[in-house]
Design a protein around this ligand. Structure first.
Ligand code: NAD
Length: 300
């Protein structure tokens, strides 16, 4: 299939590479010339704008930081909607708010196109391995139609309901993730202060009721899980600023639904504090530094 791919960052780059490996032909655009060149070296065609990337393709995929970037890429003069053929589907894999998704879907429908939200879970490791989970908001027919494309990048492809429900699933999942990470960080730091070996404590949690992905895969205490970002100076992984953005999406959505979100709001303040002190690019598990006295030696 001919696919236009826009946004070749930590996630978009490996996702696009997997589509090439699956035999699709790609026309790519990113603000980073270096990222575009890496894809061209792997066999993609470089486009000079989102408009050109979206011309003459059967499907467009966007993987961008936030809703403002998606809006710009879709609606600017040299944007996707200015170049796309009627009836072509736009699949947005970015994590953005459900209200913006509905707005973009209406804009696309007015021009005879389809806009589908398909945010992902699985991190950069899952993107590289082609094992991402996709949470799709679309009609049943649209969901069926895009399966072959998503199958080139992921393993679990879930139909969540109508357009925007993929984002609802994603922001609720990341609300849990932000809260569990803060909880594991708090407990690990308390255990350290009270004198238990962090590896013993981490192991106990993982065979007890405190277990979560934040404890068994991504433990924030350095050295407890060798493959976690905490064991490599909090580099790579999922940035604190991206977690902060997602908790903002969750608390904003809670406000608009008149729904309390006590834990989300508190966790948001913890990641905000990390970001304010210049740590927004560190992996979000670095939130444990708010609790540990000798924390600075763990950062590369
Ligand atoms: P990133 O910042 O690494 O990449 C974003 C890319 O978009 C960059 O290459 C940037 O140059 C490009 N870009 C920005 N504005 C653009 C524009 N106007 N035109 C073209 N390109 C533009 O971000 P990422 O980690 O790849 O995350 C992308 C999305 O996926 C975010 O919404 C994030 O929340 C979500 N997400 C990330 C992870 C993760 O582990 N990193 C996991 C799941 C979901």
């Amino acid at each position: 299939m001919k696919i236009g791919f826009i946004g070749l960052g930590n996630m978009g780059m490996p996702m696009a590479l997997n589509l090439l490996k699956a035999g699709h032909s790609l026309s790519v655009f990113d603000l980073s010339a270096q990222a575009v060149q890496a894809l061209v070296d792997a066999g993609a065609k470089s486009a000079e704008s989102p408009k050109i990337a979206a011309a003459d393709v059967e499907c467009v995929i966007t993987m961008l930081p936030a809703a403002a970037h998606v809006r710009h890429v879709l609606t600017s003069d040299d944007g996707v909607l200015a170049g796309i053929t009627q009836s072509v589907t736009i699949i947005d894999c970015s994590t953005i708010d459900p209200l913006s998704v509905k707005e973009f879907a209406e804009l696309a429908t007015k021009r005879g196109n389809v806009f589908v939200d398909a945010p992902v879970s699985g991190g950069t490791g899952g993107a590289a391995a082609g094992t991402l989970t996709f949470m799709v908001g679309a009609s049943a027919a649209q969901f069926e139609a895009i399966q072959p494309v998503l199958a080139g990048m992921g393993r679990n492809i879930v139909h969540c309901g109508d357009v925007s429900t993929g984002q609802v699933a994603k922001i609720c999942n990341n609300l849990v993730l932000g809260v569990t990470m803060a909880g594991v960080a708090e407990a690990m730091a308390l255990g350290e202060a009270l004198g238990i070996d962090p590896k013993v404590l981490g192991g106990i949690m993982n065979t007890s009721t405190g277990r979560s992905w934040s404890s068994d895969t991504y433990n924030p205490y350095p050295g407890v899980i060798e493959t976690a970002p905490s064991s490599r100076g909090y580099t790579g992984g999922f940035g604190t600023d991206l977690m902060l953005k997602d908790l903002g999406l969750a608390t904003d959505a809670a406000k608009s639904a008149r729904q309390p979100a006590f834990m989300g709001a508190l966790a948001q303040q913890l990641y905000q504090t990390m970001s304010t002190y210049g740590n927004g690019k560190l992996d979000f598990s670095s939130v444990i530094q708010l609790y540990r006295k000798n924390r600075s030696s763990d950062v590369q």
